[in-house]
Design a protein around this ligand. Sequence first.
Ligand code: LLP
Length: 413
Amino acid sequence: MKFHFKNGYLYCEKLKIKDIQDQIPESPFYLYSLTQITENYNAYQTALEGVESIIGYAIKANNNLTILKHLRELGSGAVLVSGNELRIALAAGFDPKRTVLNGNGKTISELILAAEHEVMINIDSEFDLEHVREAAREIGKVANVLIRINPDVDPEVHAYVSTGIKNSKFGIRNERLHWFLDQIQAEPLLNLVGVHCHLGSTIKKVRIFRDATILMMEFIETIRDAGFDLRYLNIGGGLGIDYEKTGESIPTPSHLIDSIRDVLTDDIGLIIEPGRSIIGNSSVLVNRVTGVKTNGNKHFIVIDGSMAELIRPSLYDAYQHIDFIEPVDGEVITYDVVGPVCESADFLGKDRALPTPHEGAGLVVYDAGAYCYAMSSNYNLKMRPPEYLVDNDRLTQIRRSETFEEHMRLFEV
Ligand code: LLP
């Protein structure tokens, strides 16, 4: 693990996080381990040896430009959900032909941008097909498309991150598949290259991916029988990570790929869209304790980080592990770790047995790499924090904090 304790202090690679905290003016801040990101990416690459494939990193999980450039240098493709994600992917140097644009509400201008750059586009509905066709005609260029199928496999995760079940807003109605095929066949500017599904996120059972892959291979057969030459099966992302740190064994990319290897055939390339499992455990949010209080029944550690910087616990009741970065020897009490935001939903952790800290003590929320900075807000006019990266014993800033002055400029209209 790139985050580890030595003599009571938490380290990120070779650097003591307390020393970093003492030299950085802002709090909280995000801290990333470059080596962890590299290892996570390499785990997919190793798992996929012998399989023709594209690893499409899901930019929505974390869109820091330095991190994107690093993943691109490692050989990653990218998975996009907006025109701006395509723009940042281009800025990071990704080959757009190895990217996929997903989404149930892509706008015509986003589709035109994607088609211009030869991004593969996922068709999500009847109107989406019409919009892709319109975009392709507008620029007079063939659009490479996939059909997003809803395999109706339950990923057994929180309802908010479950996407591949029948009642989801994503994907086509499978009974209408032949309508989509007819439309594509009749339009020379639409080139069907594959099928896509995404089951959900934080998935901990590879059996779920296997079930979906078997179903998707049946769809591929049906579509090939209708006369299409499909190149890709895109099985989406969704592999979970070890948020709880209880010693539970979490499947690795190798477990995932090995579980579907015998279902795949040589004549189909695999696209996989991992976000969380590439970036999630590479970062911690580093905070300072503002104070400790009690209401008689409950005890609270109040920190300077909040739901504005890290909303997953508030939004999904998600567990993210919390620890001090330095020795703290006060009495161990069951605490809620909360932020300063004026809202009861503002908590980072509930019912945690932690030693009572002194004011100013450093506290981290682990596994903050995926869907944390990316989902941050300015609620209560908190400015987004800076991001720092550790590579072995070297610290670099990879995003500066937002400032109040920048914020005020938005009103200069
Ligand atoms: N592909 C598609 C089509 C997706 O919708 C997603 C995530 C991914 C790939 C990447 O999934 P991952 O490997 O990261 O699980 N904000 C939530 C997660 C929402 C994920 C939505 N889709 C969270 O913080 O848990």
